[in-house]
Design a protein around this ligand. Structure first.
Ligand SMILES: Cc1cc2nc3c(=O)[nH]c(=O)nc-3n(C[C@H](O)[C@H](O)[C@H](O)COP(=O)(O)OP(=O)(O)OC[C@H]3O[C@@H](n4cnc5c(N)ncnc54)[C@H](O)[C@@H]3O)c2cc1C
Ligand code: SF4
Length: 561
């Protein structure tokens, strides 16, 4: 084993939560070592932002390494060679993992929503799940700091439980989005400008968005948020960040007194086991991977895994619920060619607008919309054969493409799942990865809370599409088909697994995301989450990470850590 200096802090993972930890802690004067299982990502050289489909023989179609298209910015995907995970019998779950500096933030959707006051106290409101040990007021100052630091656009609307923020001006809705808005207004579904961490005005040395629409490929001008583009460089500039790439953490190592002494990891370049020593360890390897690290850090002091005296590591995991419906909208066809450019995401969305006490499901969802004429890639428009004229040859085919291009619109629901006892992850007793590290086995179960919610999504989407003059492409899924609910993990919003809470008997972390059992161990990814919300989680992962790191800096200042 090679020995290095003792760092103030070792952070595992460089995505949303790890990037914030590296940024905040180096800025606060700590010497930080950042372990990242993936390889480096050069924002300019590695991005395919400016590539045309014809620059590839596959026209951008997906590959095993790039399931969302070969120009996509994420290295990783549903399956990674040599890094399996398993599913318990009857479980339908998929786990997306990024393996690069920046984690999933290089290609994420950048939908950046604050959780609202009610999202932190759901149990008090409807008796289901659990309350968080903190409330909206505890995290609000960090949301504000994050808004200023990273930048996002949006509009202040004063809606209940959808807190406003410090927004840059949003881009105007495009033609197809105005058609969606008209239908939403007719059916009294709230439809407002999106809230995306894309800057529309200069911020520091970052240029505003130039509306190329290719955010998922990684932004060469850093106009959208990625950890590797926005957080790691200023952390590096402090001179206090050591970045170790291709460093796959195996377990957290311990001192004799049961405190964390550092992290042992596999150097993927050489296949050798190495270790970093640190006074504080921050886990940010993504929610389920953080649970895996804790469960794999077994010792005589912690026989059921580190920080797991409650037995709840790996429990209370959730994903966002999701289902989609799309339709061809005849009134959008044969449009004169016009500029449909914009950011790499919709300019409008629909936050949850109804009262659950009047519905047969307890938690809400929001609606993301898609459509318009982005840069085409292989299989675009879902195949011309599915349009009324059914394709053709030569000039006829070209004419049909011009006619139908950009005339489809779709809706994706994204809702809150409530943690349940049948959904958790644990160490598989017999499967290890290529380095001999035991892997996770997932158990997943939906309940009627989620199924009834998704049924409502389907019905709403069909109503809106019909209002727009379209005919949904797929029939209404039946109850037996789960009303079209996406499998667990597929929406890629996994949270929980090392839940925060005041009681050490039922929670892994305290209200500062500090392990109850190990005072110099923290988590800054999605693992501490007590519940989902009807919002995408990453803005809250980052704001919570900021709060945790401010607390670590405070404790270091008082020499309590
Ligand atoms: C296509 C897509 C779209 C999304 N859109 C949105 C959206 O619009 N809004 C939203 O809020 N969220 C969105 N998400 C989810 C968002 O990306 C995640 O919530 C967020 O990135 C989680 O941050 P994290 O730091 O926990 O994990 P990650 O960003 O995944 O970072 C974890 C890092 O840890 C590294 N790592 C893992 N294991 C180890 C180990 N053992 N040792 C060392 N390093 C390790 C990984 O390589 C990775 O770099 C999207 C995700 C995807 C894939
Ligand atoms: S749309 Fe804007 S933020 Fe997205 S990649 Fe292009 S320039 Fe960057």
């Amino acid at each position: 084993m090679s020995q290095r200096p003792v760092y103030d802090v070792a952070v595992v993972g460089s995505g949303a939560g790890g990037g914030i930890a590296a940024y905040m802690l180096t800025k606060a004067g700590a010497n930080v070592v950042l372990l990242e299982a993936g390889r480096n990502w050069d924002v300019i050289k590695d991005s395919a932002m400016l590539k045309w489909p014809y620059q590839s023989p596959r026209r951008g179609a997906s590959t095993r390494e790039r399931p969302f298209g070969e120009f996509d910015g994420c290295i990783g995907g549903w399956e990674i060679d040599g890094e399996p995970y398993t599913r318990a019998p009857g479980t339908n779950f998929s786990w997306w993992r990024a393996r690069q500096v920046g984690g999933r933030t290089v290609h994420w959707g950048r939908i950046s929503l604050r959780f609202g006051p009610d999202d932190f106290r759901r149990k008090s409101l409807d008796g289901l799940g659990d309350d968080w040990p903190i409330g909206y007021d505890d995290i609000k100052p960090y949301y504000d700091d994050l808004d200023r630091l990273v930048g996002l656009f949006g509009s202040n609307e004063g809606l209940p439980n959808h807190p406003d923020g410090i927004f840059m001006p949003p881009p105007k809705p495009r033609c197809w989005e105005l058609v969606v808005k008209r239908a939403a207004d007719k059916h009294k579904v709230t439809c407002i400008p999106s809230r995306l961490s894309i800057i529309t005005k200069p911020l520091g040395n970052r240029a505003p968005c130039h509306y190329c629409g290719q955010c998922n490929r990684g932004c060469m001008t850093n106009s959208n948020f990625s950890s590797v583009g926005v957080l790691i460089p200023p952390a590096m500039a402090t001179g206090r960040l050591t970045l170790l790439t291709e460093a796959m953490a195996r377990e957290v190592t311990l001192n004799k007194d049961g405190t964390a002494s550092g992290v042992s990891y596999v150097n993927k370049r050489t296949g050798t086991d190495e270790q970093v020593r640190a006074r504080i360890v921050v886990l940010a390897a993504s929610a389920c991977e953080t649970a895996r690290l804790l469960l794999n850090s077994k010792s005589s002091q912690f026989p059921q895994g580190l920080a797991n005296s409650s037995g709840t590591v790996g429990k209370y995991i959730t994903d966002t619920t999701g289902t989609d419906v799309g339709a061809f909208i005849p009134k959008l066809m044969d449009r004169p060619p016009h500029n449909d450019d914009g950011v790499g995401g919709a300019h409008l969305y629909m936050p949850w607008w109804l009262d659950n006490t009047k519905l047969d499901f307890p938690r809400g969802y929001h609606i993301e919309i898609w459509g318009g004429g982005g840069v085409p890639s292989a299989g675009f428009m879902g195949g011309i054969q599915n349009y009324p004229e059914g394709g053709g040859y030569g000039a006829d085919l070209k004419q049909q493409y011009r006619k139908y291009y950009g005339a489809s619109v779709g809706f994706s629901g994204r809702g809150e799942m409530i943690p349940n006892d049948g959904t958790y992850c644990e160490i598989d007793p017999s499967v290890v990865d290529r380095w001999g590290i035991p892997v996770l086995r997932f158990h997943w179960k939906w309940t009627d809370h989620e199924l009834n919610q998704v049924k409502h999504m389907q019905e709403t989407f069909r109503t809106l599409l019909k209002e727009m003059g379209g005919e949904p492409r797929s029939p209404m899924p039946s109850k037996e088909q789960g009303y079209g609910i996406a499998a667990g993990g597929v929406i890629i919003h996994e949270l929980g697994g090392a839940r925060m809470g005041k009681d050490p008997k039922t929670n892994v972390l305290n209200e500062w995301c500090q392990a109850h059992d190990v005072k110099n161990l923290f988590a800054t990814d999605g693992a501490p989450f007590v519940s989902q919300a009807d919002k995408n989680p990453t803005w809250t992962i980052m704001a919570l990470a900021m709060r945790t790191c401010a607390h670590i800096a405070d404790l270091r200042g008082k020499r309590e850590l």
